[in-house]
Ligand binder design. Structure first.
Ligand code: ATP
Ligand SMILES: Nc1ccn([C@@H]2O[C@H](COP(=O)(O)O)[C@@H](O)[C@H]2O)c(=O)n1
Length: 232
């Protein structure tokens, strides 16, 4: 499926929640003139549509039956990524706590994964200059022939502190609750049967716990440049 132009580079960035996938991928894509795809936003979008349309997100059969109904469109400009559902801007609604708590159940449904995976492969194939695609199963399932695969990690403590700081300031109770929620989501994402969160065998693992965001971006940019140089 990866049929972009010969000079194009396809980069897959996977990892658990809060490891810095979105921030890193957007910045790397912007620096290198590549497109950017946030696949988590697509799973959040279909989850938001299920909730809005009264589908019980714990009922896998009902979710599977409805999965083909919403039209999900992702804009891949790293400076201004967009996501719409049936033509409606969903970028705000997909970030609510309700969607975050239900997205793992919806994304575990094989029919949902099949549809979203097709969508992702189509977007990658159309990105003539190349693309950075971030998610949980990009290197293992969606784009197994990606030119570069990166798997970001960070300690649960670092990830919770980052997320809590983002929400309301670094209160100890917030950090503990956030840590529990992200561990629970990672366990669900890693434990599902269909394309679970996993590091591809040929992915480069980068532990970001002690790194600044700028250092992680620089590290990935260097890895992409090394790949490009090796292809000349
Ligand atoms: N190396 C880092 N050091 C400090 N803060 C970071 C670092 N990387 C990312 N962050 C911050 O951590 C938060 C989470 O980052 P980001 O949204 O990029 O993670 P993610 O892996 O895409 O998360 P999710 O999978 O939950 O969407 C953001 O506020 C981001 O600015
Ligand atoms: N390739 C992917 C990407 C995401 N998911 C599911 O979506 C959830 C939300 O992802 P965020 O990156 O926006 O936090 C995530 O917890 C997964 O359930 C996925 O399955 N595959």
């Amino acid at each position: 499926m990866e049929t972009a132009a010969p000079s194009a580079v396809i980069v897959a960035i996977d990892g658990p929640s809060g490891t810095g996938k979105s921030s890193t991928s957007k910045a790397v894509a912007a620096k290198l003139g590549l497109r950017y795809l946030d696949t988590g936003a697509q799973y959040r979008a279909i989850t938001w549509w299920m909730i809005t349309n009264g589908i019980d997100t714990d009922d896998a059969d009902a979710v599977a039956l409805a999965a083909g109904k919403p039209a999900i469109v992702s804009g891949t400009d790293p400076a201004a990524p967009t996501i719409t559902v049936d033509g409606v801007d969903a970028s705000g609604p997909i970030r609510t706590r309700e969607v975050t708590s239900k997205v793992s159940a919806v994304s575990a449904v094989p029919e949902v994964r099949a549809l979203i995976t097709d969508l992702q492969r189509g977007i990658a194939a159309e990105a003539e200059g190349g693309i950075v695609v971030e998610g949980r199963d990009i290197g293992t399932t969606v784009l197994p022939d990606a030119d570069l695969k990166v798997f970001l990690t960070a300690s649960p403590e670092a990830r919770a502190a980052r997320r809590s700081g983002e929400l309301r300031g670094k209160d100890a109770a917030d950090v503990a609750a956030t840590k529990e929620a992200l561990i629970k989501r990672d366990a669900a994402d890693s434990g599902r049967k269909t394309s679970p969160l996993a590091k591809a065998g040929d992915a480069v693992e980068v532990d970001t716990t002690e790194l600044t965001l700028e250092q992680v971006i620089e590290c990935v940019v260097t890895l992409v440049e090394e790949k490009r140089a090796g292809r000349k």
